[in-house]
Design a binder for this molecule. Structure first.
Ligand SMILES: *Cc1c(COP(=O)(O)O)cnc(C)c1O
Length: 432
């Protein structure tokens, strides 16, 4: 009955997440509140670890793309589940290291790493640098030379595969700020450059073809393009690349109409494309890496708000105003993202009231969903927005000086705090 199986209904008619009553959570921890079902996150991690065993003979690793939701508690869960971790900034790297994440299982991404970030990564001994461009390659080699180290790298390439998704999250095409394209010849140039560098060891190639992908075809196409290119690299340079990273992008269900295929379908298709293309090109099958972000955390998360006012404008529409908005969930204003919403304390009642869920910021676009059906809300009700585990907290701002909400991890009905609610003093911490 809910888009995510992290959610259910209890005897009180309340929405539960990970077995905990959301109305009680809102009372105990306050609102807005991010609630994460820890068991669901772990199950999602295991989907990947077991798929890698089943379809790739254990020859690979799933890096959790921590940009989707980065905090120490989540890094620890990913570490315990045997995942790798993908970071794209010094801040994400620092968080991972402070959480005790094994550096060897970290991949350092980002299309414009600073000297300082490169230094942090090399010094910490991250397992792989995902190099985006020639300038970065030069800087990385220089830094590694200074620290007398050799770093293992993948090069980020655009395979030119269009994943048919929203323009903002389409990243596999030639005209992109990410990586270098195969078709323009720049990818081969970057490989030749990498081969001249003494302090980097090029072990593999990377591509990321988009986000929220619902079918296996774009992944199959990308696999074929990348393997053929790896064969081309061997022919032209003699270098045998033994690793391939296929990025993230595995779709999740935000609203009932979303229908992503089960992970097994993607994995089966990728593995057969991999075997066929490798045998066609006479290339040994490389280790396969993935970087799921949204898939790991999105459906495990729910945001709870308290209703302040319900405003009816005759002849127009009604607004249900809650105590958060674009600072804690900027995805509607950014992408028009869809969500399933329910009144948590009336979750067993029919949704028959047409309303627009809006936040409390001084911005007309500060909406969470427009024209949705909800159980008739009133002041004091708890509204739950489902599938908010990815790109909500991680994209949060302090607009209107709203303190960032707290986050709790729920497991077997027990909640433990993961992120403290910000205070007004926190907001002033850096004010001079
Ligand atoms: C954003 C991103 C991911 C994660 O994407 P999801 O759609 O959240 O799975 C993985 N790899 C790279 C390089 C990315 O930019």
């Amino acid at each position: 009955m809910f888009v995510s199986d992290a959610c259910a209904l209890n005897d009180a008619g309340h929405l539960t997440v990970g077995g905990a009553d959301t109305v009680e959570l809102a009372e105990r921890f306050g609102t807005p509140l991010y609630v994460m079902d820890e068991e669901k996150i772990r199950r999602n991690c295991r989907d990947f670890t077991s798929a890698i065993n089943k379809y790739f003979h254990g020859n690979g690793l799933a890096y959790y793309a921590s940009k989707a939701l980065c905090c120490k508690a989540i890094c620890r869960v990913a570490a315990e589940e045997g995942m790798g971790l993908d970071v794209v900034s010094g801040g994400e790297l620092y968080t991972a290291l402070e959480a005790g994440f094994p550096p060897q299982r970290i991949a350092f991404h980002g299309n414009n790493k600073s000297e300082e970030e490169i230094f942090l990564g090399v010094e910490a001994g991250v397992g792989r640098f995902m190099v985006d461009n020639a300038d970065e390659l030069e800087a990385l080699d220089a830094c590694a030379a200074k620290l007398n180290k050799t770093v293992c790298i993948h090069l980020r390439l655009s395979p030119g595969v269009d994943a048919h998704v929203h323009d903002f999250i389409k990243t596999g095409k030639i005209d992109s700020k990410f990586g270098v394209a195969i078709q323009t010849g720049q990818a081969m140039e970057l490989i030749r450059l990498a081969l001249q560098k003494k302090h980097v060891q090029l072990t593999g190639l990377h591509c990321h073809i988009g986000s929220q992908i619902f079918s296996e075809e774009p992944f199959v196409l990308a696999t074929q393009v990348m393997i053929r290119f790896m064969a081309e690299v061997r022919a032209q340079t003699g270098l045998l690349l033994q690793e391939l990273t296929l990025g993230g992008g595995f779709g999740v269900r935000y609203v009932p109409a979303d229908d992503p295929k089960p992970l097994d379908v993607y994995m089966q298709a990728i593995s057969s494309a991999l075997e066929t293309t490798c045998s066609d090109t006479d290339l040994p099958v490389p280790a396969l890496f993935f970087e799921p972000g949204r898939y790991i955390v999105a459906a495990a998360g729910v945001t709870l708000y308290k209703v302040g006012c319900v405003k009816e404008i005759p002849g127009y529409r009604s607004y249900t105003l809650v105590d958060g908005g674009m600072p804690d969930n900027p995805r509607y204003i950014l992408y028009g993202a869809e969500y399933d919403v329910t009144v948590a304390n009336k979750a067993s009642l029919p949704k028959n009231y047409l309303t627009t869920l809006a936040g409390k910021c001084c911005e007309s676009g500060d909406l969470i969903q427009e024209n949705i059906l909800l159980q008739k809300p009133q002041r004091g009700d708890i509204v739950a927005v489902l599938t908010t585990g990815a790109y909500n907290y991680s994209m949060a701002s302090h607009y209107n000086r709203l303190p960032n909400p707290a986050m709790v991890l729920v497991r077997n009905g027990e909640a433990k705090p993961a992120i403290r609610r910000e205070t007004y003093q926190d907001l002033l911490r850096n004010d001079l």
